[in-house]
Write a protein that binds this ligand. Sequence first.
Ligand code: LCS
Length: 409
Amino acid sequence: MKKHHQTGFDTDCIHAGSDPDKLFGGVSVPIYQSSTFAFESAAQGAARFSGTDNGYKYTRLGNPTIAALEEAVATLEGGGKGLATASGMACISTLFMATLGQGMHVVSTDSVYGPTRTLLEREFSRFGVESTFVDSSDLNNVKRAIKPNTKLVYLETPANPTLSISDIAGAAKLAHAAGALLAVDNTFCSPMLQRPFELGADIVLHSMTKFLNGHSDVVAGMLIVRDQALYAQLKGVLVQMGGTIDPHQAWLVLRGVKTLAMRVRQAQETSMKLAVDLGKHPAIAWVKYPGLPSHPQYDLGRKQMKGPGSMISFELKDGVDAGRMLMDTVKLCILAVSLGGVETLIQHPASMTHASMGPKNRKIAGITDGLVRFSVGCEDYEDLRNDLMEALDKIAAHKFTHNSDAQGI
Ligand code: LCS
């Protein structure tokens, strides 16, 4: 992008990484749907593999459409280099593989996306990697968990699905003092609402399946780093392990990124109103939303986030059974996992996204059996409110006789 002066976030969403195509002037970045790239001569092929010519060789190692997406997202995070991956989990496994090894230790938020925790506990443990999960919304817990062999502090903030918020700047100081790196899963905020590099993080990552793509039609991930040596280390692992994104998938995400700012703004405005509405309904026990002063880390959220986002967690007074009735009664809100799309989604973490964690770890992490997670989309506020309120009114009028546990759902 030709930059004459500092451009705004909305402008960057549309233009970063998306220069008109040099061959025909196409305004939309072409999809280079090719696994391999022809060399003009044997000497050129050799030069590309030796690194003296930085032209493309093979799509697992690099591709122009993927490079456009990497530049776009890195720009939105405020600089650095991006590495796009085939899924959010491919980016997380690449990160762990590149930064951890036998005898090393990672401290992580306890309320992380279920499979992130399972990956460390079940798979990386087999290679001698130790992990400790703590409530990182209290920095003292992070401090206490750091050991001489800690190489990585991993925060998910706001956390999935509890929405608890951790102090990125404080955690960066603790990690750096111990010689460890700080990685932040920024999926719930997107770069529109939180820029972890500005707060001292070394690595920022996303499941681009969520807000960055925004249309519930692609699975993808992104790692962004500022340090060149760390970039080379991560890229080496990514291309060897083979978690590269496909060019068509990358193009779809690049298209989604162009409307990131408008989608996030619209969904956030609706979320604020819905969080207030939910809090007033007699069937609701509690609502957790970073925009409500009742959120336990409300002040920290206001300090480090540019807005409260569009994820809401709540519990009904009649617990799991009422939650199940809500999910089965709503008509416009879709009962499905995932988040950050234009469609409003509702799901039950204990029996769905966080089932793999097991009941004990869920309890410690504050993921109660009755917690319902709501990802607000871009539909009309009135339609979402009516859908929710009609369902909640039915629940308030219903007589619940027993309460199932989460596995009973
Ligand atoms: N990080 C966070 C915060 C996530 O929420 C997810 C997926 C991932 C990483 C992994 O990304 P993926 O490989 O799926 O692209 N979260 C999901 C969720 O809450 N419901 O379904 C998927």
